[in-house]
Write a protein that binds this ligand. Structure first.
Ligand SMILES: *Cc1c(COP(=O)(O)O)cnc(C)c1O
Length: 399
């Protein structure tokens, strides 16, 4: 259920980084007025989250280098901070490559991880000096061979990921029986078949949930090496969780446990890279929003409808299927609560955030009240439409 607490007094605390971020962000929001919904990000908290993850990824049993998944939150101040910390970057487009290089990222630590790339973007990346590309299909390898000849490629493997809250199955990757064909084709095309990648599914809450996925990928890894490919790189993708109300492990122990599971199954791997997106930024920011209307649809309606000035099309797309359940904080917390259907402001009936599982909000809540949506630093600004219905895109302030 949703935590309803006073400003700056979070009832759930996932990590020390979160605790600090929440209070600093919360006091900033409490002290300011916002004309539009605004994401307030604490970039120092991003640094702590990076360090916490890195500590877990650098263990006795192996070292994984972080390539931040830029799409989670591409604010230049965040990229710049991560560049300073020595992070690598997983870019999905020409625009993301330009962004990270513009902030000073070392091109040797930039990978082009989207398996669906335009030929012209591959050519751009190649000329910019990027030498590591993802693929999951013959035609993609042909494009890479033509536009970035001789480069390194890793093959993305499809995995079952029923454990994740936000699965990434089906669209990306190829089945085990195709991996060998693609590695062979890459070699025949003069590319370097460098490794394998997978994504366990976003918001995989516990490290032990990786076990089934790692078993599947390890079987393919060993088969490829028995076939003589001598793979160098295991790209373990993202999936590291943020705190949305359900218990999660501390990022360091989570990452260390994943590294242990990898060591058990893969043995010595020359290079491992991880691509956290959500866990790097989600807990480091909150959105300041406003209640526009509280109403009932009939005199005996059991639920109130609460309409906010932010919705599915202005940053909260991950409420799709009510998959990600955000936490709300209001200045009336402590008052009696009641069940609400929560909806956005646009004139689209799909713009309902939580209805199947209504949320609890104070019965005293009314139009004009400020409402904070916690742990919104990932996948919000990037999912915001440009001006649907005349509502501006989600603002962002980095403190
Ligand atoms: C989106 C994405 C990630 C980040 O996933 P999170 O679950 O947010 O950590 C990592 N790798 C790839 C290839 C992605 O597309």
């Amino acid at each position: 259920m949703n935590a309803v607490t006073g400003f700056g007094r979070p009832s759930f605390v996932a990590t020390p980084a979160v605790e600090f971020a929440t209070s600093r962000v919360a006091s900033y929001i409490a002290a300011h007025d916002f004309a539009h919904p605004t994401l307030v990000m604490d970039v120092d908290a991003v640094e702590r989250q990076f360090n916490a993850l890195s500590d877990g990824l650098m263990t006795r049993t192996g070292r994984a280098h972080i390539h931040y998944a830029v799409k989670a939150n591409p604010h230049p101040a965040i990229i710049e901070r991560l560049v300073g910390l020595g992070s690598g970057f997983d870019a999905a487009s020409r625009g993301e490559i330009e962004l990270v290089l513009g902030q000073g990222a070392d091109v040797d630590h930039v990978s082009f991880g989207n398996t669906i790339k335009k030929a012209s973007d591959i050519r751009f990346a190649h000329h910019a000096g990027v030498t590591l590309f993802a693929a999951d299909a013959e035609e993609e390898l042909d494009k890479i061979a033509e536009n970035a000849p001789g480069t390194r490629v890793y093959i993305r493997v499809i995995v079952d990921n029923e454990e994740a809250d936000w699965p990434l199955s089906r669209k990306f990757g190829c089945a085990a029986d195709k991996v060998m064909t693609l590695l062979g084709r890459a070699r025949d095309l003069g590319l370097i078949p460098f490794g394998l990648s997978f994504h366990v599914g976003s918001q995989t809450r516990q490290a032990r949930m990786w076990t089934g996925t790692l078993d599947q990928v390890a079987a393919i890894w060993h088969r490829a090496n028995e076939a003589g490919f001598g793979l160098q790189l295991l790209n373990i993708g993202g999936g590291f969780p943020a705190f949305y109300g359900e218990d999660i492990q501390h990022p360091t122990s989570y990452a260390a446990e994943v590294m242990g599971l990898i060591a058990d199954r893969f043995g010595d791997v020359p290079q491992i890279m991880a691509e956290p997106g959500r866990s790097m930024v989600a807990d480091c920011g909150a959105i300041a929003a406003e209640v526009i209307l509280v109403s009932k649809k009939s005199e005996d309606d059991l639920h109130r409808w609460v309409y906010l000035d932010i919705g599915k099309f202005s940053g909260l797309a991950e409420t799709m299927d009510e998959a990600i359940r955000y936490q709300f904080v209001t200045s009336r917390d402590g008052d009696e609560t009641g069940a609400c259907v929560l909806a956005g402001p646009s004139c689209d009936s799909a713009d309902v955030l939580y209805e199947k599982r209504p949320i609890q909000l104070p019965v005293t809540l009314r139009a004009g009240d400020k409402i904070i949506i916690r742990n919104c630093g990932a996948y919000t600004t990037t999912y915001s439409s440009v001006g649907f219905n005349g509502f501006p895109p989600l603002d962002q302030i980095v403190i």
